[in-house]
Write a protein that binds this ligand. Structure first.
Ligand SMILES: [Zn+2]
Length: 447
């Protein structure tokens, strides 16, 4: 591939004026999200004949686990006695520790990421390796209750970084280059499928995998998903493959995802095809799309610091160097948001009245303070476009302080854009950051 493979063309960005368009108010419920109730509702949508009436005792495994939300969902569907997670694989030890506290994978192999070389799930595609559950080298063998067993389901949300249109690298590096993390991770997931030959496969990535990369030499453009389809078609089984897009509804996070489904045609379930599976998921997606989104308000309110934590000494007033940096960043961030047509004709409030000073964000950096104040201007203009003010009862303005104002991680409603490791959601209503516990609530994995 080398240098001939080129970056894809960045779409014309700054042609739409966001502020003139009134924001659409989503249908929201203040009720807490209940995973058990939700899975029961989904079962009802498919109809009683489509779901197992007793624990099916499925044997499954995973890669790129994160906090093992897949395990939580499978436990919720079948009960923890109704399934066996033979193994998982995760790079972050803290995520793996959380998963081990909440679910019960047989082993959790340690993923690695060596600079540009991804070795995620490499151990599960081989004979085994270091296991975070047992603190030693373990064999990666699928075992059911009576010894070795066939794997029924394998799931892998392989690295999405190089495919994500939110990643700056997406516009300078072709995600299909062999050195891209998404490409490497995809191949490793395929290796794991080849080794364990599961009956069913679920792969997950971002919608950016559908975006073609346009070669500079004018050759045919190719989207990552096209390449994946070609590679998957050659996986022995053989498998039937389908792909579809799903949302994160009704959770309060905008998390649209591409899902690839695989069904092994020699798996003894010939009547169930990937096409049938896709149809059923689309039916569930339609039903969840009709549900109101669960508001983040309850989650934010639970993030308020406890009374006893207020004894911490606060930092003294900002030094003149901090103040100088603040004004420099404020001007830069605001200028970029105006260029991107996110903000128009700004009239900043006096410094003392801005969010960073009203809420005393002394522990935030000068850049974060400036960013917070620019996000407030952006949200104020969006509220005005919809005929509201920031104080309107039906709004709950939020922004992600880790993302620059012009990137659109600000919302008037109690829902948020995709959460990342660095995300720091700040509420302009309460003046508080979303706690780690509340972040987990937005994933629907704790109540
Ligand atoms: Zn182990």
């Amino acid at each position: 591939m080398g240098k001939s493979s080129a970056a894809c063309k960045r779409p014309a960005a700054a042609t739409k004026t966001v502020v003139k368009k009134a924001p659409v108010q989503p249908t929201i419920t203040k009720a807490a999200f209940d995973l058990e109730k939700f899975t029961h509702l989904m079962e009802q949508v498919l109809g009683a004949t489509e779901v197992a009436t007793q624990a099916p005792n499925i044997i499954w495994a995973s890669g790129f686990d994160g906090m093992n939300t897949v395990g939580r969902c499978i436990d919720s569907l079948f009960g923890s006695d109704g399934n066996t997670q033979a193994f998982g694989a995760e790079m972050s030890e803290s995520s793996a520790a959380f998963a081990l506290m909440c679910t019960n994978p047989g082993h959790v192999f340690k993923d690695r990421f060596w600079k540009i070389t991804v070795t995620d799930v490499a151990m599960t595609a081989k004979q085994g390796g270091f296991c975070l559950k047992h603190g030693r080298k373990c064999q990666c063998v699928v075992r059911g209750s009576g010894g070795t067993a066939a794997l029924q389901l394998y799931t892998a949300g392989f690295t999405c970084k190089s495919n994500s249109v939110r990643s700056l690298k997406r516009w300078v590096q072709n995600p299909l280059e062999e050195s891209s993390s998404s490409s490497q991770a995809f191949h490793l997931a395929v290796n794991a499928i080849r080794r364990h030959a599961p009956d069913f496969v679920v792969l997950e990535n971002v919608l950016g995998a559908r975006r073609p990369s346009k070669p500079k030499d004018g050759g045919p453009s190719e989207a990552p998903i096209d390449r994946y389809r070609g590679i998957l078609a050659n996986v022995p089984g053989p498998y039937q493959w389908e792909d579809l897009d799903v949302t994160g509804r009704p959770l309060p996070e905008k998390r649209d995802r591409l899902i690839i489904l695989g069904v092994k045609q020699s798996g003894g379930h010939s009547s169930f095809t990937a096409t049938k599976w896709k149809e059923q998921i689309l039916l569930l997606e339609k039903a969840s799309d009709a549900l109101p989104i669960h508001s983040m308000v309850g989650m934010i309110e639970s993030s308020r610091p406890r009374e006893s934590s207020s004894t911490k000494p606060t930092r003294n007033a900002q030094s003149w160097t901090d103040e100088s940096k603040y004004h420099q960043y404020f001007s830069e961030i605001l200028g970029k948001a105006v260029s991107a047509k996110k903000i128009h004709d700004p009239k900043p409030a006096p410094v003392a009245e801005r969010a960073s000073r009203r809420f005393q964000l002394q522990t935030a950096t000068a850049w974060q303070q400036a960013n917070a104040d620019c996000c407030e201007i952006l949200l104020k203009q969006q509220a005005e476009a919809g005929g509201w003010t920031l104080e309107s009862e039906e709004l709950h303005p939020l922004f992600d302080l880790s993302q620059t104002c012009g990137h659109g991680h600000a919302t008037l409603f109690p829902i948020c854009s995709t959460l990342a490791t660095s995300t720091r959601i700040f509420s302009l209503r309460t003046g508080q950051f979303l706690s780690g516990e509340a972040h987990l609530k937005t994933f629907g994995i704790i109540e």
